[in-house]
Design a protein around this ligand. Structure first.
Ligand code: S3P
Length: 444
């Protein structure tokens, strides 16, 4: 039997917030100080890109090793300018990120899609590139609305994409067909530089960090249910920021504690934004012994934070996760699917086609991985069905397709059920949670 997890820790800082702190600081006039920015491959892609575009990024030593701290001086009203020619020949790893008017977004969809929105509104021509996974992911969901505003993209469906920005963007009213914070944010960031009021609505509310953080950088916007409007012609101003711990990273440890007999863990200072908290509600419905304590002292700006405790409980039951809940737990579905594999009954995640266009085809990967663990799982009309049962692996090697959240999910399966699985490309956890294995050992 697996040994229990016990103790308390802070997982690394939130990835979505860290990207936004970096991008908004780069757009702002003045110098923004930041604390606890996530130090992961994805956030490094954003930092390197804004540096090549002319923002000054200064990173200080962080003795706590709890993320990155330092300053970003934005390009402000001057706008972004490619600075790669001055940078050739340096030993700084950021130098390899941009050359010949190219920006390398690596594996990071948030870097690519938000940058398309930012750059679309400036007089600049630059090509965004990504790794193999990112180059397969759909970009038209962002380039279509941005083209309506007047930006140009060649081609427009997949990276690499040459952005030919336009200083005279026209505001649009846009109804997004997907609940995607990346789409919403790209349109709003272009809207800051457009003439008129840009409005974006979505079928279900996606994470609202852009709407909550832009006012701290001095921008005015209006939110009404699933719709956000922003007036063009606003200049962002520097803002000091600190980033709380990432609920999506915490979810892996919390689900492990729920599955391993004798476990009880506490994760500190976690972002408790309701548009990210769907996984906590689903865990509660499944019978997980979970306590969430908001901590006003830890809360940052408009974002609420607190501690989450989970204790093992052997009687977990299946649940149905409705379509309107999916956006609030989209990144947690792989690890919730593993939890469902241990619960009594059939769990259904409704309308999860978005999983097909994440860092890998997560829908297929979840089904194949669960089947390899001896669990019945299938899709029907974009719904994911999982019947809880006994974990009995019929394979030793688990594919991750270089997808960080799959690597962590199958690693937790291996740890929780003492399976000694061989997990491919395991180092890809560094995209969001470089210290994942060290933290698992700390709690062991
Ligand atoms: C993110 C939005 C989500 C999420 C991703 C981060 C963001 O993507 O899956 O990990 O920071 O805006 P979608 O906008 O594609 O749903």
């Amino acid at each position: 039997m697996a040994s229990p997890l016990n103790g308390r820790l802070r997982v690394p800082s939130d990835k979505s917030l860290s990207h936004r702190v970096a991008l908004f600081s780069a757009m702002a006039e003045g110098t923004s100080n930041f604390l606890n920015l996530l130090d992961s491959l994805d956030v490094r892609s954003t930092l390197a890109a804004i540096e090549v575009l002319g923002a000054k990024v200064e990173l200080d030593e962080d003795n706590d090793k709890n993320g990155l701290c330092g300053r970003i001086t934005g390009w402000g009203s001057t706008g972004p300018k490619l600075s790669d020619s001055e940078r050739l020949g340096s030993d700084d790893p950021a130098e390899t990120i941009g050359s010949g008017n190219k920006l390398q977004c690596g594996n990071s969809g948030t870097t690519a899609r938000l940058l398309l929105g930012v750059l679309g509104g400036y007089d600049i021509t630059v090509t965004l590139e990504g790794d193999d996974s990112l180059s397969r992911r759909p970009m038209s969901r962002v380039t279509d609305p941005l083209s309506l505003m007047g930006a140009n993209f060649e081609p427009s469906a997949h990276l690499p994409i040459k952005v030919i920005g336009c200083k005279e963007l026209t505001a649009i009213t846009y109804e997004s067909l997907v609940a995607s914070a990346q789409v919403k944010s790209a349109i709003l960031l272009a809207g800051i530089n457009a003439n008129g009021i840009t409005t974006v609505s979505e079928p279900h509310k996606s994470r609202d960090h852009t709407e909550l953080m832009l006012p701290a950088f001095g921008a005015k916007l209006e939110v009404y249910e699933n719709q956000v409007s922003i007036e063009g012609g606003q200049q962002l101003k520097a803002c000091d920021c600190s980033v709380p711990a990432d609920p999506s990273s915490a979810a892996f440890l919390l689900v492990s504690a729920a599955m391993i007999p004798g476990s009880e863990i506490l994760v500190e200072d976690v972002l408790l934004n309701p548009t990210r908290g769907g996984f906590l509600l689903v865990m509660q419905r499944m019978g997980v012994d979970i306590a969430v304590n908001e901590n006003p002292d830890a809360s940052i700006g408009a974002e609420v934070c607190g501690d989450i405790t989970v204790k093992y409980n052997e009687r977990l039951v299946a649940t149905t996760v409705e379509a309107h809940e999916i956006a609030s737990l989209i990144d947690e579905i792989p690890i919730l699917a593993l939890l469902a594999a241990t619960a009594k009954g059939e769990t259904v995640f409704k309308q999860v086609s978005e999983l097909r266009v994440k860092e890998s085809d997560r829908l297929l990967a979840i089904i194949n991985g669960l089947k390899a663990l001896g669990i019945e799982a299938w899709t029907n009309d974009d719904d994911l069905h999982i019947v809880g049962g006994e974990i009995q692996p019929c394979a030793q090697v688990f594919e991750t397709h270089g997808d960080h959240r799959l690597a962590m999910t199958w690693s937790i399966a291996s740890r929780a059920f003492d399976l000694n699985l061989n997990i491919a490309d395991i180092e890809c956890v560094a995209v969001s949670y470089p210290g994942f294995f060290a933290d698992l050992i700390r709690l062991s």
